[in-house]
Design a protein around this ligand. Structure first.
Ligand code: AMP
Ligand code: ZN
Length: 114
């Protein structure tokens, strides 16, 4: 956890282009965007992946979806649409082991994107 890239972003040790922040949730632009709009939404709390969500995290996960929809509204993509992806574990293609939700939009998205 100490060496976690996204925990460092939460702490401000690594810079990020923030688009949303509250006590529990942070959203920032993906450094290597796969679409015109590519935002990562993360819990500030270190959760390794979707597979490690505990019962007590379920409210937080619900809030994350609320934040995603708020960002979608602010980004003007509510009506056109967007895609939310969570890669989980090695076979799921997860590279950063801190739970994150990819919010992708701004173009007609192809089948496989991140
Ligand atoms: P995943 O493959 O689902 O683990 O996604 C990790 C994502 O984190 C990739 O889309 C990367 O482009 C993105 N990423 C890696 N380092 C940074 C960073 N310093 N700031 C913003 N996004 C990053
Ligand atoms: Zn972390």
């Amino acid at each position: 956890m100490n060496n976690c890239l996204f925990c460092k972003i939460v702490k401000g040790e690594i810079p990020s282009e923030k688009v949303y922040e509250d006590e529990e949730i942070l959203a920032f632009k993906d450094i290597n965007p796969a679409a015109p709009i590519h935002i990562l939404v993360i819990p500030k709390k270190h959760i390794e992946s979707l597979a490690y969500i505990e019962k007590e995290d379920e409210t937080l996960i619900g809030k994350i979806y609320g934040v995603i929809n708020q960002i979608a509204k602010e980004q003007g993509i509510k009506e056109k649409g967007y895609r939310v992806i969570v890669n989980c574990g090695e076979d799921g293609g997860q590279e950063v082991m801190h739970l994150h939700f990819h919010l992708l939009a701004g173009t007609k998205l192809g089948e496989k994107i991140v």
